[in-house]
Design a protein around this ligand. Structure first.
Ligand code: FES
Length: 132
C-alpha cells in the first residue's frame, strides 16, 4: 500500500463573488470531517492546509491536491456546501495513482469547469533518472 502523504491546500482568502465572506475555513472543516468519515485511509493519508492565495482569486474557492512525486491539481469554483463529496471522490482517485496523473481531472459535478492547473510531478524525479 502506498503510504504517501497527500496534501489538500485550500485558499482561506478566497471571497464569495461580490461579498466579503471568506468560506475557506468552512471548506476546510467540512472536508476534514468528510475525509475522517470516509475511513482511516483518508484520515491518515491526507493533510489539509489553509493557504493565503493560489492565484485563482476570480474562481473562488480554490483547492489544490499535491504530494511528493505526484502531479499537482488546482480546482476553482468550489462551494463548501455543494462539492465536498466530489472533492473526496477526486482524493480517492488521486491517492490511487502512483504519479497522481488522473484521467478524471474535474470533480464529477464540476464537469463544466476544467481544473485551473494540472502540473506533472516535479522534474527533479525525471532528472534523477537521467543522471548516469
Ligand atoms: S484569494 Fe483564493 S486563490 Fe487568491
Amino acid at each position: 500500500m502506498d503510504r504517501t502523504k497527500h496534501t489538500i491546500s485550500v485558499s482561506t482568502s478566497c471571497r464569495h463573488k461580490r461579498t466579503d465572506c471568506k468560506p475557506g475555513l468552512e471548506l476546510i472543516a467540512r472536508l476534514r470531517a468528510a475525509l475522517d468519515a470516509a475511513g482511516e485511509v483518508f484520515a491518515s493519508d491526507f493533510e489539509i492546509s489553509g493557504v493565503a492565495c493560489m492565484a485563482g482569486c476570480n474562481r473562488p474557492c480554490t483547492v489544490a491536491y499535491h504530494a511528493t512525486a505526484k502531479a499537482t491539481y488546482l480546482f476553482g469554483d468550489i462551494a463548501p456546501d455543494q462539492d465536498i463529496s466530489d472533492l473526496v471522490a477526486f482524493a480517492d482517485q488521486y491517492r490511487a495513482r502512483n504519479d497522481g496523473w488522473c484521467s478524471l481531472t474535474t470533480p464529477p459535478e464540476k464537469r463544466h469547469s476544467a481544473p485551473l492547473a494540472k502540473v506533472p510531478a516535479a522534474l527533479i524525479y525525471a532528472k534523477d533518472e537521467c543522471v548516469q
